[in-house]
Each structure stands twice: as C-alpha cells, then as structure tokens.
Design a protein around this ligand. Sequence first.
Ligand SMILES: [Zn+2]
Length: 335
Amino acid sequence: MTRLGGDSPQLKKLKAGDVLNMRIVSGRLEELTYAIDEMRTLSVRRRGVGYESITLSAAFERRQAESVGRIRSSLFADGRKAGMSNRMILEFADIFGYDIDFAQDLQEGDRFAVIYEDIFKDGRKLREGDILAAEFTSQGKTYRAVRFVDASGRAGYYTPAGESLRKAFTRTPVDFARISSGFNLKRRHPILNIIRAHKGVDYAAATGTPVHTTGDGKIEFAGRKSGYGNVIVVRHSGNNQTLYAHLSRFKPGVRVGSKVRQGQIIGFVGSSGLATAPHLHYEFLVNGLHKNPITVTLPRALPLSAQSLAQFRTLTAPLIAKIDALDDGNVASSR
Ligand SMILES: [Zn+2]
C-alpha cells in the first residue's frame, strides 16, 4: 500500500497514537484514511482489484482579526485582556524590540493595536497565524509595523515606508553573559602586563556556551591566530566586520566563504589563545576601524529594493489604513 505513490509512503512513518480510519465491507478493506497533518488527509480507496491513493487538502481559510488595548499594568497583562495569546504578545514585543524596551519604557495609557490572521479549517478556528500589522503609541510617538515577505521568501516587519524594523546587527553575540572587560584603548593587559588597547568587549561565559553571529554575512576567516586563539571573522554588508575570539571550537560547517545569518551559532566560548578564563572576545569594525560594540550605532537591516518597494506598498497599504482606523472600542472585535 505504501507503493501506491503520491503521499502513500507516509504510512511507513506511522507513530504510536496516530489514527487510521478504515472502512471494511464484507471483510475487505474499502477505504483507509490517515490525517498526515492538519491540512492534508491521505485516502486510500479500493478500485477494482487494486487500490489508489489520493491526498485531500482541507478547505482552510485565513481571516483577519484584531486586538486593541491600553497599558494599565504591563504589555503581558493588558495584551491578554485585549484577547492576545502569550505567543502573540511575545511576537509583538519582538517586532518593536529594537525601538521599545517593554520592560522599562512603558507608560500607563500607552496604546497597542494588532491585526493578525486566524486560520480556520472546515469553518473551525485551527490556530493563530502571523501578526500582519502592529502599532504602538507611547508618549505621543507612534511606531508601526507591517509584515512583508520579500523576493527571497524571507518574512520581516517593516515601517510603512519600507524600512526594516530589524537592525542589521544584534548587540551581543552570547546570551545571558556578563561583560568582564569593556572596550578600552588604554587597558593594562592581564597576562602581558603592558598597556595595550582592548579593542573589543569580553563576555564571561562557561566554556561551550554558543556564540551567535550578530549580523548576516560571510565567514572571512575561521582558524587560529596567535593571541586570539580560535577566531572567526565575519564580513557584513556596509564594510562592517565582526570578530569572535578565544573559541573552544567552531560549529561544524562554518568555513571560509560560508554564509551566515544573524543569530546563527558559529562557535562556542572557550579560552584558546591568550585568555585567563573562558570568555568571548568580540570586536566590531567599520571600514577596518575598531568601534566600541556596546555604543556603536547599529545600522538598520538593508531596506527593500526599489522593485520590492512597489509591491510592498500595494500589499501593505490596506493593512496600514485598517490599523490606523482601529479605535479602542474595537477590542478583539472580529472573533
Ligand atoms: Zn578581550
């Protein structure tokens, strides 16, 4: 039966708990159905002396819904009150994450609005889809975001003018790490005991802690370099480079010329080279000059190309108009 073609080999992947429905007439199998996933059902039917396999796609539709609210206590509490799910609140905070610190910057009365998709299957709500547009107003300033999938298929959030809301770089390459030594051009080196500029930032972290590239780019160097130990240099657009030193090891597959995306793991914290304890030494260079990674102005991700921009405007204009028209009385109205 798994040789019937189409999706029939799916029947080889059955797991405990999967449900097969069978219709048996006079001891003979007439039809077997199996839900491959929430959208597809495999149906095997008797046809003459043999069987044929077809895949049925569920009729599903996307409906727009919205939530609007004001901050009384926290984005989380007030988002829930406005009908947003936990996942959606986190996504909302993430969309504006570079501009607004939702733990620190909130004021009572700040306003939030989202338009999102609900996915329905056979007339029943299956799950939430993506946030399509989001708006946040704080102290008279309004931030807006709309979702757009670019020509390469990458989804992102943009301002109504088509600027990416994502920064081209994240600030830190290791999660939950403590800065053990800052950028200092007159530092006394702990091992060499001489004044030697510290042209980067050190993050103390346990050996083996993952190191993420802070921006999209291409691996320019991955290998050993005396004092740096195991070091990776990533070349980014706009003549920027980032450097990650004292690694214990490289992530398999990271080699010169390979492309990396922001947030991708490229190696692991260690103490190779001239290091007193496990830490990541991180440098940020602009046109070959060292900048303080903590204070350097991080560029926005590349804006949309002129060609994408026209398409972006056509697709997002109705959403922007819609979110602008939402008022507080509209809370979670389209359910
Ligand atoms: Zn250092």
